[in-house]
Each structure stands twice: as structure tokens, then as C-alpha cells.
Design a protein around this ligand. Structure first.
Ligand SMILES: C[S@@+](CC[C@H](N)C(=O)[O-])C[C@H]1O[C@@H](n2cnc3c(N)ncnc32)[C@H](O)[C@@H]1O
Length: 465
């Protein structure tokens, strides 16, 4: 068995290490091409492959000694984290057994941090400037639990927990997440997309940090909300449920393929207030029609994803300082364009799943310097409404795997002055306003039984007008 497994891991790694496609896409494709493999086989291959991606720099250094193809030695090192030595040894030659024994005895503390924790030099440098960098780096290198959340329109968390604990999911140790009131955390790799509660739209996969973002956007019933970078709809779904499927929730994205992936999720969720729209990145007429109209605009910006290394360890090898420069420009441009849709008194929420200040705090500081009609709000006072146990340092939502056991996640909330004119943000001669701005109305209460807010979205800001 070990010999077969080594070969399987070597083949998958061989393709991933060409860096043409994301690791999870390569792995899924390989698993689809090998449908006869059982759940245990799949789990072992996936675990070993991801272990190698997490520790690639260290393992490559270890693989310099020994003989035979380097990819095989990497596969052996990955499987050493999955199998007992006695099982693994049955697939190894005597020379390989000696080599493995030798490299596993190396004191990793004697290695430089970049090698020990397997970071490219540029990333080691950047992360080393962050508070408590060692703890952060180690947490980013550990596997993540699986977070799901209940759909508040269809399920209650306590009841769902009860159901999971008393069924086949019990072996994944389901627990309530500490901060999000909707989250359930499980260990291992539960096949949740085959569970009936998933098919019925009662639960969805979502990291707790992303769930908290919805609490920070804090949409209300009847409002008009724009999820400007909706992608496959992860954030849209919870926003729509918090609006109790009232008002209008635009799901914008430039990628038709990503929005198409969101559609089955929207269908499962039972939400009827979502309007998906594929937009052009520049001068989209439909975006212009919403200028100054939205109560809340969420920009879940394209980012390096370096906060999600627990789940996507290949990102540290796929990212590059040059791609970061491009991303920063794109983030600033999307933020600028999305901000124009915010109504006076409305809020703009910027989020990334990065831990790098250049994609986070520095973007916000630059935006606020250029857009004085926006001011920064204190995230902790907003989020505490729903996430009672979460205390934040400073004005931002800043989640870390070493502190909160979530992905690395950042968000900032900015409010447009109630008296600001929408034109003031638009450079002269460009982007003539199509509609007059509508002031954001007082937030309607989100309590059950409250009347939906008068139809700002329906009345004055429909894309179908
Ligand atoms: C971090 S992902 C969004 C993830 C999504 N919100 C979710 O929760 O599943 C960023 C998204 O921004 C989209 N994007 C890139 N450029 C954009 C632009 N100029 N305007 C709107 N969306 C854009 C990408 O296609 C991508 O889907």
C-alpha cells in the first residue's frame, strides 16, 4: 500500500510543482480521474500533498541528500506525516529508510526561519515585520479545521449542532465557533457536500473570519447592498440571509465563470433578493446607474490570499512581489470605483484574506487620504453586536490564525459623510452622473417582525430602470 501511495503522491506533486494551476484544482482533477479510490486513499494523498506544499523549502533541502528522483523523496517526506514509520517503510528501499531516518533527525531549530518554516525569502522578510511573526507563520503552516455556517434563513445553529453530533458527522467533532454566531467547526475532512443539510441549503462552507465580515457589513432588511467582488458568492449568501431575503443585494463580479459557480449556491440558499451582474472593470454603465445609491458596498478585493495559507499553502510559491504590485493597483482601483456607489451616510467595507499591510491598512490610509468625504469607523463597536466574544485591537477587523484560529483576514469600515455630494469623488470631466444620489435612510431594525425598510432599492436604484 505504501509503495502505491508514494507513487500517487509523486504523480500529483509532479503536476502541482509546475505551478500552472492551483494545487486544489490539480488534486480535484486527479481524484476525479481516479474514481475508484476510497475516502481513506483520497484523504491520505491529499494530506501528504498538502504537507509537502507547506514544508516545500525544508523538504527540498532534505531531498538534496539521498538518491533517486527528487519528487519521490518529497512524496516520502509528505507521507511520513501521514503514515506510521512501520507502514511507510514497507514501500521504501533500505537506502531510502536510512535517508529518511537521517533527515527526520535533523534539528529544525538549526535551520534559518525561511527554510525551517518554508517561506520564500521575500515573504519571510515581509512577514517578519508583523507583530509576533513566528507564531503567525507557524499557524499559517498548520492545517485548518473546516468551518461551516448555518443559513440563518433555514436553520438554527444549536439545533444543527445537535443534529451533527448525533449523526455520522459526530466523528468530525463539531463545535460552535467562538466568535461567529452562525459557525460550526469540524476537524478532518468531512464530505459535507454529500450531506442532506448541505443539499438543502441549511449549511455552507465558510471560514469563521468570512462569517464575521458579514457581521461587519451589518446589512439591514430592505436595504440596497452591493457585494462588489462577489465571486462564487461566499459572502453574498450570508449578507442576503441577514437581510432576511428582502431589499436588493447586487452580486457584482467581472468574472462570469465565478458568478456562474455562485448560482447553485444562491438556488440552495432560498434567497430571492440577489441580483448577479457581470460587470466590466472600467466604466460599467450599470455600475454608474447605482452611483450614490447603496446603503452598504462590500469590496472583498482580489488579494494575495496569504492569510489562507493553511488551506492554500501553494500560494506562497505562486505569489511573487511583482504580482503584489499589480494586485495593490487593482485593489486601489476597485475600491475607488466601488466607493462611488455608496450613498451619503452609507458604508464602504473593504476586505482581504491577506495579512500584508500593503494590501490592508496601507490601502485604507491611501484611500482615506484621497477621499476625505469618507471616515473610518471602529470595527469593534459594529461587530460586537453579533460577535459578542470578539474584541479587536484598533479600528480594523484583523483576524489571525495564531490568535483566532481563523484564516488571516482584514476588513475596514468607512462611512461617507451624510452631507457629501457624490460628484465630489468623481474627477472632473469623467464619469458623468446618470442618476441623482439618494440619501441612505435610517437603518431599519433587523429584529424579526420589523417592517422592511421603504424600497430604496426598488424605487430609485434598479438596474432594470
Ligand atoms: C476575493 S475574490 C471574491 C470572493 C467572494 N467574495 C467570495 O466570498 O466567494 C475577488 C473577486 O474579485 C473579482 N474582481 C476582480 N476584479 C474586479 C473588478 N474590477 N470589479 C469587480 N470584481 C472584480 C474576481 O473575479 C474575484 O471573484
Amino acid at each position: 500500500m505504501a509503495a502505491v501511495r508514494i507513487d500517487q503522491v509523486r504523480i500529483v506533486l509532479g503536476e502541482i510543482l509546475q505551478w500552472k494551476f492551483p494545487a486544489d484544482a490539480v488534486l480535484s482533477r486527479w481524484l476525479r480521474a481516479n474514481p475508484k479510490l476510497g475516502a481513506r486513499d483520497r484523504g491520505e494523498v491529499a494530506e501528504a500533498v498538502f504537507d509537502v506544499l507547506r514544508h516545500l523549502r525544508r523538504y527540498r533541502q532534505f531531498a538534496e541528500s539521498g538518491s533517486g528522483p527528487a519528487a519521490r523523496r518529497l512524496a516520502i517526506l509528505g507521507l511520513a506525516s501521514v503514515f506510521d514509520r512501520s507502514v511507510l517503510d514497507t514501500g521504501l528501499s533500505e537506502a531510502e529508510q536510512h535517508w529518511l531516518e537521517h533527515v527526520l533527525r535533523i534539528d529544525v531549530k538549526s535551520l534559518s526561519r525561511a527554510v525551517r518554516d518554508s517561506l520564500p525569502d521575500w515573504l519571510d522578510e515581509r512577514l517578519s515585520t508583523l507583530h509576533d511573526a513566528d507564531a503567525l507563520i507557524q499557524a499559517l503552516n498548520a492545517p485548518a479545521p473546516l468551518d461551516v455556517r448555518v443559513n440563518p434563513l433555514k436553520a438554527d445553529r444549536a439545533e444543527m449542532l445537535e443534529l451533527l453530533r448525533n449523526g455520522a458527522a459526530a466523528r468530525y467533532s463539531p463545535e460552535a465557533t467562538p466568535y461567529s454566531p452562525w459557525g460550526i467547526r469540524m476537524q478532518g475532512r468531512p464530505p459535507i457536500n454529500r450531506w442532506p443539510m448541505f443539499e438543502k441549503g441549511e449549511i455552507e462552507v465558510q471560514d469563521e473570519g468570512s462569517q464575521i465580515l458579514a457581521a461587519l457589513v451589518a446589512p439591514k432588511r430592505g436595504e440596497m447592498i452591493i457585494d462588489y467582488c462577489a465571486g462564487a458568492g461566499g459572502k453574498t449568501l450570508l449578507l442576503g440571509a441577514l437581510m432576511r431575503s428582502t431589499g436588493r443585494l447586487y452580486a457584482f463580479d467581472v468574472s462570469a465563470a465565478r458568478l456562474a459557480r455562485a448560482k447553485p449556491r444562491f438556488a440552495r440558499s432560498g434567497l430571492s433578493n440577489i441580483v448577479p451582474v457581470v460587470i466590466n472593470p472600467d466604466n460599467d454603465q450599470r455600475v454608474k446607474r447605482l452611483r450614490g445609491k447603496a446603503h452598504r458596498v462590500l469590496v472583498d478585493a482580489p488579494c494575495s490570499g496569504l492569510g489562507t495559507l493553511r488551506r492554500n499553502p501553494d500560494l506562497k510559491w505562486r505569489q511573487h512581489p511583482d504580482s503584489l504590485v499589480e494586485l495593490r493597483e487593482m485593489q486601489a482601483s476597485i475600491l475607488r470605483q466601488a466607493s462611488r456607489c455608496v450613498a451619503p451616510g452609507g458604508r464602504l467595507v473593504y476586505a482581504t484574506c491577506s495579512v500584508l499591510p500593503e494590501e490592508n491598512e496601507e490601502q485604507i490610509e491611501a484611500f482615506l487620504a484621497d477621499n476625505p468625504e469618507f471616515s473610518l469607523l471602529d470595527a469593534s463597536t459594529i461587530v460586537v453586536d453579533r460577535c459578542k466574544n470578539l474584541t479587536l485591537q484598533g479600528p480594523y477587523l484583523s483576524m489571525r490564525p495564531d490568535v483566532h484560529n481563523t484564516d488571516g483576514f482584514f476588513a475596514a469600515v468607512m462611512e461617507r459623510n451624510k452631507t457629501s455630494s457624490v460628484e465630489s469623488t468623481i474627477p472632473q470631466g469623467k464619469d458623468k452622473l446618470v442618476d441623482q444620489p439618494a440619501p441612505a435612510k435610517e437603518a431599519a431594525t433587523d429584529e424579526p417582525g420589523a417592517l422592511p425598510q421603504a424600497g430604496l432599492a426598488e424605487d430609485s436604484a434598479s438596474l432594470d430602470d
